[in-house]
Design a protein around this ligand. Structure first.
Ligand code: ADP
Length: 498
């Protein structure tokens, strides 16, 4: 096939930007008929799907259409207790005792099954979460499989990971994950915990639980000993019951800073280990010597793809003053070409906002931006009538102290600020309560290294953005949390060293 590109109007010289906005791709929808989403999911406890003690289920929807996709069980405190007890039993009876090379085989099996079922998982992820199919197909699902492969490799090499130490598992881990990368976050949490010999109770986010339950089916198919992985669904109360259960030895949480702080308070003084991966307000810093077109693509990728639903999204753009005008002009043109709409369309760049509540949060913060005097630019693209949508947006003239420069928006909204010297860029970039990630764009290698040393962020990308690898640790400074996931560092929270 040659090209699906159609132009509605003829391109005429001098009308490039408006004509570009008129380019349309023919629809290229991913099929959904091969995906098996059950009408109702129960809790995955002790290797079986069991009805919740609460006898309550809640609906989960497709945020792009507002149609109901399935019903998820609501786990109450009794269900949490059942799951933790099964995890404890599996820990004592099997998982801590079997040869590490056997543990590795199970984890490899999960990785391979995710690969085999990747198409269905990607479609389910997109339908339940609203992210474009090209993101779930090319990023989320392959990276989830890669995490299991990577940590399977460590399972029988822990004595090399921690030389001259005796390595033991922590025990039963309670893991709570958010809605922005549902299967990938489950993989980040499960793979290192299992490799190190822990058993797990995992709670996915209430709006995006489907792929975690599909993973439960995979875990069953991989024949993992019952109780090694338990997956329970529900909202904040279920998460809190898991955090506060006395039988849990470790909590790993990814989500909002507000809930993270609450969890930290409730675990103070207990024996439980804790890792937190919380919010971010990442600076993306572009120097005047940077390759500008490449940087503009990086900026777009950093904030608009995935609807800005990424805790490390480059949501504060710092431009060296001399390039403010050309970069803003290019951004405006590029935003006009972003395709917003049906996430199942393979050409879609920006999908649906994950929930009505999230959309309202974005709207409220964007209103505060205009009220505080910043100048708004928004794509004029059309969006579907049903579902939750927000047009790609950026603000210029943003005051460093304003809410849109300080608070996490978690949507396709960029705040543009300026700087004159590297020192000023560092000072402004570090001026938030967060410190998860940062981007630096410059031709000079020495400047990249200098900036990287002074930026208070766990991950720093240079001349690129939002790149992930299972071997590379991820995590924050300050209110972005503590503890690292990924790489060798990602094993540490799941081991006791003597
Ligand atoms: P977001 O604002 O990104 O939705 P949350 O922090 O509210 O992030 O949610 C992240 C995860 O934490 C979800 O799985 C959610 O159900 C869970 N959660 C929410 N409140 C609590 C709580 N008080 N204790 C434990 N988990 C919680």
């Amino acid at each position: 096939m040659t090209s699906q590109l159609e132009t509605r109007d003829r391109l005429t010289p001098g009308a490039a930007s408006s004509a570009l906005a008129e380019w349309h791709y023919s629809p290229s929808l991913e099929a959904t008929d091969h995906v098996k989403i059950q009408p109702r999911y129960n809790l995955f406890i002790g290797g079986k799907f069991v009805e919740p003690h609460s006898k309550r289920w809640f609906e989960t929807i497709n945020p792009a259409t507002e149609e109901t996709l399935s019903e998820m069980a609501e786990a109450d405190a009794e269900d949490v207790d059942r799951a933790v007890k099964e995890a404890r039993r599996a820990y004592e009876k099997t998982w801590r005792k079997i040869a590490p090379s056997e543990r590795a085989k199970y984890i490899y099996r999960i990785a391979r099954l995710i690969q085999e079922k990747s198409r269905g998982l990607a479609v389910a992820e997109t339908m339940n979460g609203g992210k474009p199919i090209k993101e779930s197909r090319d990023v989320d699902i392959p990276l989830a499989a890669a995490h299991f492969f990577y940590y399977a490799g460590w399972a029988d090499k822990l004595e090399y990971a921690f030389p001259n130490r005796t390595v033991s598992p922590v025990g039963v881990a309670g893991q709570i994950i958010p809605w922005n990368f549902p299967l990938l976050m489950a993989a980040w949490k499960l793979a290192p915990a299992l490799a190190a010999g822990n058993t797990v109770v995992l709670k996915p986010a209430e709006t995006t639980s489907i792929t975690s339950l599909m993973l439960a089916e995979i875990i069953q198919e991989a024949d993992l000993p019952p109780g090694v992985v338990n997956i329970i669904t529900g909202a904040g109360a279920t998460g809190a019951a898991l955090v506060n259960h006395a039988g849990v030895d470790k909590i790993a949480f990814t989500g909002s800073t507000e809930v993270g702080k609450r969890i930290q308070r409730s675990l103070a003084g207990t024996h439980k280990k804790l890792t937190l991966e919380l919010g971010g307000k990442a600076p993306n810093i572009v120097f005047e010597d940077a390759p500008i077109d490449q940087a503009v693509e990086g900026i777009i990728n950093g904030i608009y793809f995935n609807q800005g639903h990424v805790c490390c999204a480059g949501s504060r753009l710092f431009l060296q003053e001399s390039i403010l005008e050309p970069v803003v002009r290019k951004l405006r043109e590029r935003i006009g070409t972003l395709r917003v709409g049906n996430p199942l369309d393979k050409n879609t760049d920006v999908g649906a906002i994950n929930s009505r509540a999230q959309l309202e949060k974005i709207q409220e913060l964007v209103e505060s931006g205009t009220e505080e005097g910043a100048e708004i630019f928004q794509s004029s693209c059309s969006v579907p009538d049903r579902g939750f949508w927000f047009r790609p947006t950026f603000f210029t003239g943003v005051a460093a102290s304003s809410r849109i420069a300080q608070e996490e928006i978690f949507g396709p909204v960029l705040s543009v600020l300026t700087f004159r010297t590297p020192e000023e860029a560092i000072e402004k970039a570090n001026n938030t309560p967060y410190g998860l990630s940062a981007g630096v764009w410059t031709e000079k290698g020495s400047r990249i290294l200098k900036m990287a040393q002074k930026l208070r962020a766990g991950v720093i990308w240079a001349n690129t953005y939002n790149k992930f690898d299972p071997a590379s640790p991820f995590g924050g400074y300050k209110e972005s949390g503590f503890g690292r996931e990924g790489g060798l560092h990602g094993l540490s929270p799941y081991v006791v060293l003597t």
